[in-house]
Design a protein around this ligand. Structure first.
Ligand SMILES: CC(C)(COP(=O)(O)OP(=O)(O)OC[C@H]1O[C@@H](n2cnc3c(N)ncnc32)[C@H](O)[C@@H]1OP(=O)(O)O)[C@@H](O)C(=O)NCCC(=O)NCCS
Length: 297
């Protein structure tokens, strides 16, 4: 096993060596080993764990310590030319020690080596997040809206409370999304990309007129990519085809805005949503897997 160094700060040559090993791993594995967030932290020279061989860094890991809301999380990568020598295991053990409690490890691409290493250190595959994509220009079916429902844009200052309630009900089983508060929503409203014209609400027009029953919030990234940011349908209105109607409404909007591609993230466990997106021409583009302690039943 390689000797792991815990560094409070990486110096410039170390950062350059880690960037080179990250690039080499991305070429060998067909997927980048670090998230955008970790790459930024690395370039800033933040703390990290390294293993060196012949005076150069050949393996790297970093840890985000636990916060009040979330357990610690980490990522690690070994240079393709230095694998199967125990460096990965040594780094994972260092992360587990440093976390001092539950640790989540994100692995990109669902590679067998990561799966084997994680399970051999007692970590379970806790969740997988798929990124799906579709070219915006491919033909789209027309939008058909069920009787008794209309679709309109979100109105800032008026729709927040009703939206939070539908969001909480639609995502009762997905607390990351369902537990959003007014501050979470206002934070998004303050972002540069926020555009109420791309945030669609479905409301009843006959029974309980004005009652919100679903939404599709789209997003256009600074690089021009469109995103199906969140789609939610109130459980009381599920099964009426509203998910499809709302998704299509947003896809038409994004296409009309001229985005080249549309992406979305969907949890592996959310099979009904993944099926809907597949039926609308989305295919799997990338997958991120989280290893960690098994969730409590
Ligand atoms: C996953 C990764 C970190 C493993 O690094 P490594 O230094 O080669 O791993 P180690 O030598 O410490 O191997 C530890 C165990 O992992 C498993 N393993 C590692 N590579 C494997 C492979 N290609 N196939 C199957 N099992 C593998 C084995 O169980 C191995 O134990 P063994 O050598 O006694 O059989 C490396 O492949 C990598 O950088 N992958 C890309 C980034 C990534 O997926 N990171 C997330 C890790 S959870």
């Amino acid at each position: 096993m390689g000797e792991v160094q815990a560094l409070a700060k990486l110096d410039e040559p170390e950062i350059a060596q880690v960037v080179a090993l990250v690039d080499a791993a991305a070429r060998a594995d067909g997927v980048g080993p670090l998230s955008e967030h970790s790459l930024l932290a690395l370039r800033g020279g933040g703390p990290g764990f390294t293993v060196s061989d012949g005076g150069s860094v050949v393996a790297y890991a970093r840890l985000d310590p636990a916060t009040d809301d979330e357990s610690a999380s980490g990522e690690l990568v070994v240079h393709p030319g230095h694998r199967r020598r125990g460096h990965g295991r040594a780094l994972l053990r260092a992360l587990l020690r440093e976390a001092g409690g539950p640790l989540r490890v994100w692995a990109h691409g669902d590679l067998p080596a990561a799966a084997k290493l994680a399970s051999s250190e007692g970590l379970d595959r806790v969740r997988a997040l798929f990124q799906m994509r579709r070219p915006a220009a491919e033909p789209l079916p027309p939008v058909q809206i069920a009787d008794g429902v209309r679709v309109r844009p979100f109105e800032v200052g008026r729709d927040e409370q009703a939206w939070l309630e539908v969001n909480a009900r639609a995502f009762a089983d997905h607390p990351e999304q369902g537990a959003w508060t007014i501050d979470d929503l206002r934070g998004r409203e303050a972002e540069d990309w926020f555009d109420p014209e791309g945030f669609f609400l479905a409301e009843r027009t006959t029974v309980e007129p004005g009652r919100l029953v679903g939404f599709h919030w789209t997003k256009i990234h600074p690089d021009g990519l469109g995103e199906v940011y969140v789609v939610g349908v109130d459980p009381s209105a599920q099964g009426l085809g509203l998910g499809r109607t709302l998704t299509l409404t947003g896809l038409h909007h994004l296409r009309d805005r001229g985005v080249p591609q549309i992406l979305l993230y969907v949890d592996e466990s959310n099979t009904s949503a993944a099926r809907l997106y597949e039926s609308l021409g989305f295919t799997r583009h990338a997958v991120d897997v989280m290893y960690g302690p098994a969730p409590r039943p």
